[in-house]
Write a protein that binds this ligand. Structure first.
Ligand SMILES: [Zn+2]
Length: 536
Protein backbone atom coordinates (compact mmCIF):
# COMPACT_ATOMS: atom_id res chain seq x y z
CA UNK A 1 0.00 0.00 0.00
CA UNK A 2 1.21 3.48 -0.78
CA UNK A 3 0.25 6.26 1.60
CA UNK A 4 -0.58 9.91 1.10
CA UNK A 5 1.60 10.95 4.01
CA UNK A 6 4.03 9.20 6.33
CA UNK A 7 5.34 10.90 9.46
CA UNK A 8 8.50 8.93 10.17
CA UNK A 9 10.39 8.23 13.38
CA UNK A 10 8.19 10.27 15.71
CA UNK A 11 7.47 9.85 19.38
CA UNK A 12 3.77 9.24 19.14
CA UNK A 13 1.53 10.33 21.98
CA UNK A 14 -1.58 8.42 21.02
CA UNK A 15 -3.95 10.17 23.39
CA UNK A 16 -4.93 6.72 24.65
CA UNK A 17 -1.85 5.64 26.56
CA UNK A 18 0.12 7.23 29.42
CA UNK A 19 3.44 6.79 27.60
CA UNK A 20 4.54 7.67 24.09
CA UNK A 21 5.65 5.10 21.55
CA UNK A 22 8.26 5.22 18.77
CA UNK A 23 6.41 4.85 15.51
CA UNK A 24 5.75 5.99 11.98
CA UNK A 25 2.24 7.19 11.19
CA UNK A 26 0.75 6.38 7.79
CA UNK A 27 -2.16 8.42 6.44
CA UNK A 28 -4.37 7.64 3.47
CA UNK A 29 -7.60 9.32 2.28
CA UNK A 30 -7.84 11.49 5.36
CA UNK A 31 -7.56 8.61 7.79
CA UNK A 32 -4.75 7.20 9.93
CA UNK A 33 -4.23 3.72 8.54
CA UNK A 34 -1.07 2.56 10.31
CA UNK A 35 0.84 3.40 13.46
CA UNK A 36 4.03 1.34 13.65
CA UNK A 37 7.11 0.53 11.62
CA UNK A 38 6.57 1.54 7.98
CA UNK A 39 10.22 1.27 6.92
CA UNK A 40 9.73 -0.16 3.45
CA UNK A 41 6.63 1.88 2.65
CA UNK A 42 6.22 4.82 0.33
CA UNK A 43 4.11 7.97 0.39
CA UNK A 44 3.52 11.09 -1.68
CA UNK A 45 4.78 13.14 1.25
CA UNK A 46 7.25 11.81 3.79
CA UNK A 47 8.22 13.95 6.74
CA UNK A 48 11.01 12.87 9.07
CA UNK A 49 9.94 13.96 12.55
CA UNK A 50 12.76 12.31 14.50
CA UNK A 51 13.04 13.75 18.00
CA UNK A 52 9.61 15.35 17.75
CA UNK A 53 6.25 14.39 19.22
CA UNK A 54 3.30 13.41 17.06
CA UNK A 55 0.01 14.18 18.81
CA UNK A 56 -3.65 14.02 17.93
CA UNK A 57 -4.91 17.46 16.81
CA UNK A 58 -6.23 19.52 19.71
CA UNK A 59 -9.98 19.64 20.22
CA UNK A 60 -11.02 23.01 21.62
CA UNK A 61 -14.10 22.02 23.57
CA UNK A 62 -14.97 25.60 24.46
CA UNK A 63 -14.95 27.96 21.50
CA UNK A 64 -17.12 30.81 20.20
CA UNK A 65 -16.14 30.96 16.51
CA UNK A 66 -19.68 30.20 15.28
CA UNK A 67 -19.93 33.43 13.30
CA UNK A 68 -16.41 34.78 13.06
CA UNK A 69 -15.09 31.64 11.34
CA UNK A 70 -17.34 32.50 8.39
CA UNK A 71 -15.43 35.76 7.96
CA UNK A 72 -12.02 34.23 8.74
CA UNK A 73 -12.13 30.57 7.64
CA UNK A 74 -8.32 30.28 7.78
CA UNK A 75 -8.91 30.26 11.55
CA UNK A 76 -5.27 31.03 12.15
CA UNK A 77 -5.35 31.89 15.83
CA UNK A 78 -6.72 28.38 16.48
CA UNK A 79 -4.96 26.40 13.77
CA UNK A 80 -1.47 27.72 14.57
CA UNK A 81 -1.86 26.38 18.13
CA UNK A 82 -2.42 22.90 16.76
CA UNK A 83 -6.18 23.04 17.15
CA UNK A 84 -7.86 20.89 14.49
CA UNK A 85 -11.42 20.93 15.86
CA UNK A 86 -13.41 23.70 17.54
CA UNK A 87 -16.61 23.08 19.46
CA UNK A 88 -18.92 26.05 18.94
CA UNK A 89 -22.29 27.08 20.31
CA UNK A 90 -21.06 27.48 23.88
CA UNK A 91 -22.39 29.59 26.77
CA UNK A 92 -25.91 29.63 25.31
CA UNK A 93 -24.74 31.41 22.13
CA UNK A 94 -25.34 29.52 18.90
CA UNK A 95 -25.61 31.19 15.51
CA UNK A 96 -28.83 29.31 14.74
CA UNK A 97 -31.74 28.98 14.70
CA UNK A 98 -32.73 32.52 13.71
CA UNK A 99 -36.43 32.93 13.01
CA UNK A 100 -37.06 36.07 10.95
CA UNK A 101 -38.71 37.97 13.83
CA UNK A 102 -35.72 37.25 16.09
CA UNK A 103 -33.05 38.45 13.68
CA UNK A 104 -32.32 41.79 15.37
CA UNK A 105 -32.27 40.33 18.85
CA UNK A 106 -29.94 37.51 17.79
CA UNK A 107 -27.63 40.08 16.19
CA UNK A 108 -27.58 42.17 19.37
CA UNK A 109 -26.95 39.05 21.47
CA UNK A 110 -24.01 38.06 19.27
CA UNK A 111 -22.68 41.62 19.11
CA UNK A 112 -21.28 41.00 22.59
CA UNK A 113 -18.95 38.33 21.19
CA UNK A 114 -18.13 39.83 17.82
CA UNK A 115 -14.72 41.47 18.34
CA UNK A 116 -15.72 43.79 15.53
CA UNK A 117 -16.39 40.95 13.10
CA UNK A 118 -19.59 41.58 11.19
CA UNK A 119 -21.21 38.73 9.28
CA UNK A 120 -24.56 38.82 7.50
CA UNK A 121 -26.92 36.29 8.99
CA UNK A 122 -28.34 34.65 5.86
CA UNK A 123 -29.59 31.46 7.47
CA UNK A 124 -32.60 30.59 9.54
CA UNK A 125 -32.60 26.94 10.56
CA UNK A 126 -29.75 25.11 12.25
CA UNK A 127 -29.15 22.98 9.19
CA UNK A 128 -29.02 26.05 6.91
CA UNK A 129 -26.39 27.51 9.21
CA UNK A 130 -24.31 24.31 9.07
CA UNK A 131 -24.62 24.46 5.27
CA UNK A 132 -23.18 28.00 5.22
CA UNK A 133 -20.37 26.87 7.50
CA UNK A 134 -19.54 23.91 5.21
CA UNK A 135 -19.42 26.12 2.15
CA UNK A 136 -16.80 28.49 3.61
CA UNK A 137 -14.62 25.42 4.16
CA UNK A 138 -12.84 26.38 7.37
CA UNK A 139 -9.31 25.17 8.06
CA UNK A 140 -10.44 23.40 11.23
CA UNK A 141 -13.29 21.00 11.93
CA UNK A 142 -16.36 22.46 13.59
CA UNK A 143 -18.51 20.57 16.08
CA UNK A 144 -21.74 22.46 16.84
CA UNK A 145 -23.83 22.78 19.98
CA UNK A 146 -27.17 24.58 20.04
CA UNK A 147 -27.37 27.47 22.51
CA UNK A 148 -30.17 27.86 25.01
CA UNK A 149 -29.85 31.67 24.91
CA UNK A 150 -30.40 31.70 21.16
CA UNK A 151 -33.35 29.29 21.47
CA UNK A 152 -34.93 31.53 24.09
CA UNK A 153 -34.48 34.68 22.00
CA UNK A 154 -36.30 33.05 19.12
CA UNK A 155 -39.35 32.40 21.24
CA UNK A 156 -39.32 34.97 24.07
CA UNK A 157 -36.97 37.71 22.87
CA UNK A 158 -35.07 39.37 25.72
CA UNK A 159 -38.10 39.17 28.00
CA UNK A 160 -37.79 38.02 31.57
CA UNK A 161 -40.59 35.50 31.33
CA UNK A 162 -41.18 31.90 32.17
CA UNK A 163 -42.31 30.22 28.95
CA UNK A 164 -45.89 29.03 28.71
CA UNK A 165 -46.49 25.39 27.91
CA UNK A 166 -46.92 26.30 24.28
CA UNK A 167 -43.77 28.43 24.17
CA UNK A 168 -41.79 25.71 25.87
CA UNK A 169 -42.92 23.20 23.30
CA UNK A 170 -41.75 25.50 20.49
CA UNK A 171 -38.39 25.81 22.23
CA UNK A 172 -38.16 22.02 22.50
CA UNK A 173 -39.02 21.71 18.84
CA UNK A 174 -36.13 24.05 17.96
CA UNK A 175 -33.72 22.05 20.12
CA UNK A 176 -34.90 18.84 18.54
CA UNK A 177 -34.48 20.28 15.06
CA UNK A 178 -30.89 21.30 15.87
CA UNK A 179 -30.14 17.82 17.18
CA UNK A 180 -31.61 16.21 14.07
CA UNK A 181 -29.40 18.54 12.00
CA UNK A 182 -26.27 17.33 13.75
CA UNK A 183 -25.74 19.27 17.01
CA UNK A 184 -23.76 17.44 19.68
CA UNK A 185 -25.79 18.85 22.53
CA UNK A 186 -27.10 22.03 24.09
CA UNK A 187 -25.25 24.78 25.94
CA UNK A 188 -26.44 27.36 28.43
CA UNK A 189 -24.97 30.68 29.58
CA UNK A 190 -26.77 31.45 32.81
CA UNK A 191 -25.19 34.84 33.46
CA UNK A 192 -26.17 36.22 30.05
CA UNK A 193 -29.69 37.55 29.49
CA UNK A 194 -31.97 36.17 28.31
CA UNK A 195 -30.59 32.71 29.18
CA UNK A 196 -30.15 33.91 32.76
CA UNK A 197 -33.92 34.30 33.14
CA UNK A 198 -34.46 30.54 32.83
CA UNK A 199 -35.43 28.61 35.93
CA UNK A 200 -33.93 25.18 36.52
CA UNK A 201 -37.10 23.40 35.35
CA UNK A 202 -36.96 25.03 31.93
CA UNK A 203 -33.37 23.84 31.55
CA UNK A 204 -34.29 20.29 32.55
CA UNK A 205 -37.10 20.24 30.00
CA UNK A 206 -34.86 21.41 27.16
CA UNK A 207 -31.90 19.27 28.12
CA UNK A 208 -34.18 16.26 28.21
CA UNK A 209 -34.75 16.71 24.49
CA UNK A 210 -31.01 16.34 23.97
CA UNK A 211 -30.94 13.13 25.98
CA UNK A 212 -33.01 11.36 23.34
CA UNK A 213 -30.26 12.03 20.81
CA UNK A 214 -27.33 11.10 23.03
CA UNK A 215 -26.18 14.73 23.32
CA UNK A 216 -24.47 16.57 26.16
CA UNK A 217 -25.30 19.58 28.34
CA UNK A 218 -22.55 22.18 28.40
CA UNK A 219 -23.05 25.10 30.77
CA UNK A 220 -21.63 28.42 31.82
CA UNK A 221 -23.12 28.16 35.28
CA UNK A 222 -25.20 30.81 37.02
CA UNK A 223 -22.39 31.97 39.25
CA UNK A 224 -18.62 31.51 39.28
CA UNK A 225 -17.93 33.75 42.24
CA UNK A 226 -19.89 34.02 45.50
CA UNK A 227 -22.47 31.43 44.44
CA UNK A 228 -20.11 29.02 42.70
CA UNK A 229 -21.00 25.90 44.67
CA UNK A 230 -24.78 26.38 44.37
CA UNK A 231 -24.49 27.17 40.67
CA UNK A 232 -22.27 24.16 40.04
CA UNK A 233 -24.73 21.94 41.90
CA UNK A 234 -27.62 23.27 39.81
CA UNK A 235 -25.80 22.21 36.62
CA UNK A 236 -25.35 18.69 37.97
CA UNK A 237 -28.98 18.52 39.03
CA UNK A 238 -30.03 19.43 35.50
CA UNK A 239 -27.86 16.60 34.18
CA UNK A 240 -29.22 14.18 36.76
CA UNK A 241 -32.86 14.97 36.05
CA UNK A 242 -32.45 15.05 32.29
CA UNK A 243 -30.19 11.99 32.18
CA UNK A 244 -27.48 13.77 30.19
CA UNK A 245 -23.68 14.06 30.54
CA UNK A 246 -22.65 17.46 31.90
CA UNK A 247 -19.75 19.65 30.81
CA UNK A 248 -19.21 22.66 33.07
CA UNK A 249 -17.59 25.49 31.13
CA UNK A 250 -14.36 27.26 32.16
CA UNK A 251 -14.38 26.21 35.81
CA UNK A 252 -12.97 28.81 38.18
CA UNK A 253 -13.56 30.51 41.53
CA UNK A 254 -13.73 34.18 40.62
CA UNK A 255 -12.65 36.84 43.09
CA UNK A 256 -10.10 36.58 45.88
CA UNK A 257 -12.69 35.92 48.58
CA UNK A 258 -13.82 32.82 46.67
CA UNK A 259 -10.42 31.32 45.97
CA UNK A 260 -10.20 27.75 47.20
CA UNK A 261 -13.87 26.98 46.55
CA UNK A 262 -12.88 24.84 43.57
CA UNK A 263 -11.92 22.14 46.06
CA UNK A 264 -15.48 22.05 47.35
CA UNK A 265 -16.75 21.95 43.78
CA UNK A 266 -14.58 18.94 42.94
CA UNK A 267 -16.03 17.15 45.99
CA UNK A 268 -19.54 17.91 44.72
CA UNK A 269 -18.54 16.60 41.30
CA UNK A 270 -17.27 13.35 42.82
CA UNK A 271 -20.47 12.85 44.78
CA UNK A 272 -22.55 13.18 41.60
CA UNK A 273 -20.27 10.84 39.69
CA UNK A 274 -20.74 8.37 42.52
CA UNK A 275 -24.46 8.24 41.79
CA UNK A 276 -23.94 7.94 38.05
CA UNK A 277 -24.00 11.51 36.73
CA UNK A 278 -21.25 11.96 34.16
CA UNK A 279 -19.65 15.34 34.90
CA UNK A 280 -16.54 16.97 33.48
CA UNK A 281 -15.40 20.54 33.18
CA UNK A 282 -13.12 22.56 30.98
CA UNK A 283 -10.54 25.10 31.97
CA UNK A 284 -8.25 27.62 30.30
CA UNK A 285 -4.69 28.04 31.56
CA UNK A 286 -4.76 31.70 32.65
CA UNK A 287 -5.60 33.67 35.78
CA UNK A 288 -7.76 36.17 33.90
CA UNK A 289 -11.15 35.70 32.27
CA UNK A 290 -12.75 37.63 29.44
CA UNK A 291 -16.26 38.51 28.42
CA UNK A 292 -18.42 41.40 27.28
CA UNK A 293 -18.26 44.61 29.31
CA UNK A 294 -22.05 44.76 29.24
CA UNK A 295 -22.23 41.60 31.35
CA UNK A 296 -21.34 43.83 34.31
CA UNK A 297 -24.86 45.29 34.02
CA UNK A 298 -27.37 43.39 36.18
CA UNK A 299 -29.62 41.14 34.13
CA UNK A 300 -32.79 42.79 35.45
CA UNK A 301 -32.05 45.88 33.35
CA UNK A 302 -32.23 43.95 30.06
CA UNK A 303 -35.91 43.28 30.50
CA UNK A 304 -37.03 45.60 27.77
CA UNK A 305 -34.49 44.26 25.35
CA UNK A 306 -30.91 44.94 24.47
CA UNK A 307 -31.61 48.06 22.42
CA UNK A 308 -33.73 49.63 25.15
CA UNK A 309 -30.99 48.98 27.70
CA UNK A 310 -28.42 50.70 25.50
CA UNK A 311 -30.54 53.78 25.01
CA UNK A 312 -31.49 54.01 28.71
CA UNK A 313 -27.82 53.72 29.69
CA UNK A 314 -27.37 57.20 28.23
CA UNK A 315 -29.63 58.61 30.92
CA UNK A 316 -28.09 59.76 34.21
CA UNK A 317 -31.07 58.81 36.38
CA UNK A 318 -30.97 55.29 34.98
CA UNK A 319 -27.22 55.12 35.55
CA UNK A 320 -27.80 56.02 39.20
CA UNK A 321 -30.35 53.21 39.48
CA UNK A 322 -27.89 50.70 38.01
CA UNK A 323 -25.10 51.83 40.35
CA UNK A 324 -27.34 51.52 43.40
CA UNK A 325 -28.44 48.06 42.35
CA UNK A 326 -24.86 46.93 41.72
CA UNK A 327 -23.81 48.19 45.15
CA UNK A 328 -26.57 46.30 46.93
CA UNK A 329 -27.28 43.43 44.55
CA UNK A 330 -26.45 39.80 45.13
CA UNK A 331 -29.22 37.85 43.39
CA UNK A 332 -27.15 37.67 40.20
CA UNK A 333 -23.54 37.19 39.14
CA UNK A 334 -22.37 40.59 40.38
CA UNK A 335 -18.85 40.66 38.96
CA UNK A 336 -18.36 44.27 39.99
CA UNK A 337 -18.62 43.22 43.63
CA UNK A 338 -15.52 41.04 43.31
CA UNK A 339 -13.53 43.19 40.91
CA UNK A 340 -11.68 46.41 41.49
CA UNK A 341 -11.45 48.94 38.66
CA UNK A 342 -7.81 47.91 38.34
CA UNK A 343 -8.78 44.30 37.67
CA UNK A 344 -10.84 45.16 34.59
CA UNK A 345 -8.97 45.73 31.32
CA UNK A 346 -10.61 46.81 28.07
CA UNK A 347 -9.66 44.28 25.39
CA UNK A 348 -11.77 45.53 22.50
CA UNK A 349 -13.54 48.83 21.91
CA UNK A 350 -14.55 50.15 18.55
CA UNK A 351 -15.14 53.69 19.81
CA UNK A 352 -12.02 54.02 21.96
CA UNK A 353 -8.99 52.34 20.44
CA UNK A 354 -6.71 54.08 22.96
CA UNK A 355 -8.68 52.40 25.78
CA UNK A 356 -7.65 48.92 24.61
CA UNK A 357 -5.18 47.25 26.94
CA UNK A 358 -5.90 49.69 29.76
CA UNK A 359 -7.63 49.17 33.09
CA UNK A 360 -10.96 50.87 33.72
CA UNK A 361 -9.35 53.02 36.40
CA UNK A 362 -6.79 54.24 33.89
CA UNK A 363 -9.42 54.76 31.20
CA UNK A 364 -11.60 56.75 33.58
CA UNK A 365 -8.62 58.92 34.55
CA UNK A 366 -7.82 59.63 30.92
CA UNK A 367 -11.42 60.38 30.05
CA UNK A 368 -11.80 62.54 33.16
CA UNK A 369 -14.91 60.76 34.44
CA UNK A 370 -15.51 58.33 37.30
CA UNK A 371 -15.09 54.61 36.50
CA UNK A 372 -18.85 53.93 36.39
CA UNK A 373 -19.30 56.72 33.87
CA UNK A 374 -16.42 55.35 31.80
CA UNK A 375 -18.00 51.89 31.91
CA UNK A 376 -21.43 53.13 30.79
CA UNK A 377 -19.98 55.46 28.15
CA UNK A 378 -17.99 52.65 26.55
CA UNK A 379 -20.97 50.30 26.50
CA UNK A 380 -23.18 52.94 24.91
CA UNK A 381 -20.66 54.11 22.33
CA UNK A 382 -19.74 50.56 21.36
CA UNK A 383 -23.40 49.49 21.25
CA UNK A 384 -22.73 46.76 23.80
CA UNK A 385 -19.82 45.28 21.85
CA UNK A 386 -16.97 46.23 24.21
CA UNK A 387 -14.94 43.29 25.52
CA UNK A 388 -12.95 43.12 28.74
CA UNK A 389 -10.48 41.01 30.67
CA UNK A 390 -10.90 40.34 34.37
CA UNK A 391 -7.92 39.42 36.54
CA UNK A 392 -9.67 37.35 39.19
CA UNK A 393 -8.42 33.73 39.30
CA UNK A 394 -5.73 32.18 41.52
CA UNK A 395 -3.08 30.01 39.92
CA UNK A 396 -3.23 27.60 42.87
CA UNK A 397 -6.88 26.96 42.03
CA UNK A 398 -6.05 26.65 38.38
CA UNK A 399 -3.40 24.02 39.10
CA UNK A 400 -5.73 22.10 41.40
CA UNK A 401 -8.48 22.07 38.80
CA UNK A 402 -6.11 21.17 35.96
CA UNK A 403 -4.68 18.16 37.76
CA UNK A 404 -8.02 16.44 38.29
CA UNK A 405 -8.90 13.62 35.90
CA UNK A 406 -12.18 15.40 35.03
CA UNK A 407 -10.46 18.43 33.51
CA UNK A 408 -10.53 19.11 29.78
CA UNK A 409 -8.89 22.10 28.10
CA UNK A 410 -10.91 24.74 26.29
CA UNK A 411 -9.78 28.15 25.13
CA UNK A 412 -13.07 30.06 25.44
CA UNK A 413 -11.78 32.06 22.48
CA UNK A 414 -12.80 32.57 18.89
CA UNK A 415 -11.33 33.33 15.51
CA UNK A 416 -10.49 37.03 15.32
CA UNK A 417 -8.62 39.45 13.10
CA UNK A 418 -5.51 41.13 14.51
CA UNK A 419 -7.31 43.96 16.28
CA UNK A 420 -7.67 45.07 19.90
CA UNK A 421 -5.92 43.46 22.87
CA UNK A 422 -7.60 40.07 23.10
CA UNK A 423 -7.02 37.67 25.94
CA UNK A 424 -3.84 35.68 25.15
CA UNK A 425 -5.88 32.48 25.31
CA UNK A 426 -7.07 33.33 21.77
CA UNK A 427 -3.56 32.55 20.52
CA UNK A 428 -1.85 30.44 23.15
CA UNK A 429 -4.12 28.17 25.19
CA UNK A 430 -2.86 24.78 24.01
CA UNK A 431 0.87 25.54 23.71
CA UNK A 432 0.66 27.25 27.11
CA UNK A 433 -0.58 24.05 28.74
CA UNK A 434 2.57 22.34 27.46
CA UNK A 435 4.94 25.20 28.14
CA UNK A 436 3.85 26.20 31.64
CA UNK A 437 2.09 23.17 33.14
CA UNK A 438 4.11 20.38 31.52
CA UNK A 439 7.60 21.87 31.00
CA UNK A 440 7.94 24.61 33.63
CA UNK A 441 5.84 23.41 36.56
CA UNK A 442 5.62 19.67 35.84
CA UNK A 443 1.97 19.59 36.96
CA UNK A 444 1.05 17.20 34.15
CA UNK A 445 3.03 14.77 32.01
CA UNK A 446 2.92 15.53 28.31
CA UNK A 447 0.71 12.49 27.78
CA UNK A 448 -1.76 13.59 30.48
CA UNK A 449 -1.92 17.08 29.04
CA UNK A 450 -2.44 15.73 25.52
CA UNK A 451 -5.31 13.47 26.64
CA UNK A 452 -7.07 16.48 28.19
CA UNK A 453 -6.76 18.32 24.87
CA UNK A 454 -7.67 15.42 22.53
CA UNK A 455 -9.02 11.99 23.44
CA UNK A 456 -10.83 13.07 26.61
CA UNK A 457 -12.85 15.87 24.98
CA UNK A 458 -13.53 13.54 22.02
CA UNK A 459 -14.86 10.95 24.43
CA UNK A 460 -16.94 13.57 26.24
CA UNK A 461 -18.55 14.62 22.97
CA UNK A 462 -18.95 11.05 21.69
CA UNK A 463 -16.76 12.05 18.77
CA UNK A 464 -15.79 8.50 18.03
CA UNK A 465 -13.18 8.79 15.31
CA UNK A 466 -11.15 11.83 16.38
CA UNK A 467 -8.78 12.70 19.19
CA UNK A 468 -6.36 9.78 18.98
CA UNK A 469 -3.43 8.59 16.90
CA UNK A 470 -4.71 5.14 16.04
CA UNK A 471 -5.71 3.26 12.91
CA UNK A 472 -9.20 4.19 11.73
CA UNK A 473 -9.16 7.65 13.28
CA UNK A 474 -9.38 10.80 11.19
CA UNK A 475 -5.92 12.13 10.40
CA UNK A 476 -6.03 15.26 12.56
CA UNK A 477 -2.42 15.43 13.71
CA UNK A 478 0.07 17.84 15.24
CA UNK A 479 3.84 17.59 15.38
CA UNK A 480 5.60 19.59 18.07
CA UNK A 481 9.21 20.26 18.92
CA UNK A 482 8.72 20.29 22.66
CA UNK A 483 11.91 22.22 23.38
CA UNK A 484 10.61 25.08 21.27
CA UNK A 485 6.99 25.10 22.45
CA UNK A 486 6.18 28.60 23.69
CA UNK A 487 2.78 30.32 23.71
CA UNK A 488 4.29 33.80 23.11
CA UNK A 489 0.94 35.59 23.33
CA UNK A 490 0.86 37.90 26.35
CA UNK A 491 -1.59 40.36 27.84
CA UNK A 492 0.51 43.27 26.57
CA UNK A 493 1.30 41.78 23.20
CA UNK A 494 -1.36 39.18 22.38
CA UNK A 495 -1.29 38.86 18.58
CA UNK A 496 1.55 36.32 18.38
CA UNK A 497 1.37 32.78 17.14
CA UNK A 498 3.11 30.17 19.27
CA UNK A 499 6.40 28.50 18.41
CA UNK A 500 7.19 24.79 18.43
CA UNK A 501 4.00 23.72 16.62
CA UNK A 502 5.67 22.52 13.45
CA UNK A 503 3.06 20.58 11.49
CA UNK A 504 -0.71 20.54 11.64
CA UNK A 505 -2.74 18.11 9.58
CA UNK A 506 -6.52 18.29 9.27
CA UNK A 507 -8.37 15.33 7.75
CA UNK A 508 -5.15 14.08 6.19
CA UNK A 509 -4.08 17.33 4.58
CA UNK A 510 -1.14 19.35 5.87
CA UNK A 511 -2.18 22.92 6.73
CA UNK A 512 0.85 24.01 8.74
CA UNK A 513 4.23 22.92 7.35
CA UNK A 514 7.47 23.69 9.21
CA UNK A 515 5.57 26.19 11.33
CA UNK A 516 3.97 28.07 8.43
CA UNK A 517 0.37 28.10 7.26
CA UNK A 518 0.32 26.77 3.70
CA UNK A 519 -3.21 27.87 2.80
CA UNK A 520 -4.94 24.50 2.95
CA UNK A 521 -8.43 24.57 4.38
CA UNK A 522 -9.56 21.03 4.92
CA UNK A 523 -11.84 21.20 7.96
CA UNK A 524 -15.29 19.64 8.01
CA UNK A 525 -18.50 20.52 9.74
CA UNK A 526 -18.91 17.46 11.93
CA UNK A 527 -22.57 16.58 12.30
CA UNK A 528 -23.66 14.19 14.98
CA UNK A 529 -25.24 11.14 13.51
CA UNK A 530 -28.04 10.20 15.82
CA UNK A 531 -30.47 7.44 15.90
CA UNK A 532 -33.42 8.86 17.71
CA UNK A 533 -33.70 6.73 20.78
CA UNK A 534 -37.15 7.69 21.97
CA UNK A 535 -37.94 9.12 25.38
CA UNK A 536 -35.86 8.11 28.34
ZN1 LIG B 1 -18.84 31.30 29.16
Amino acid sequence: MSYDVILRNGRVVTGLSPTWISADVGVKDGVIVDVGYLGGKDADTVVDVRGKFVLPGFIDIHNHSDISIIAYPDALNSLMQGVTTVVVGNCGFSAAPVMPKALNDVKAFWGQLSFGVDVDITWSSFSEYLGVLSRVRPSVNVVPLVGHGTIRINVLGFNDLTPSKEELSIMKELVSDAMVSGAYGISAGLIYPPGSYALTDELVELVRVVSRFGGIYSTHIRGESDRLVEAFTEALEVGRHAGVPVEVSHLKAAGRRNWGKVREVVEVLKSYREVGVEVNYDVYPYTAGSTSLISLIPRKFYREGFKALLSRLGDSGFREEVINYVRGGSDWENLLSILGWDDIVISYSNSCKQCEGKTLSKVSGELGVNPYEALFDLIVRDEGKTLMLMHFISEDDLIYVLKQPYALIGSDSFIIPKVGKPHPRFYGTFPRIIKRYVKELGILTLEEAVAKMTSNPAQKLRLHNRGAVAPGFKADLVVIDIKKVDDRSTFDDPHNYPTGVEYVMVNGSISVYEGNYVGNRNGEVVRKITTYAGSK
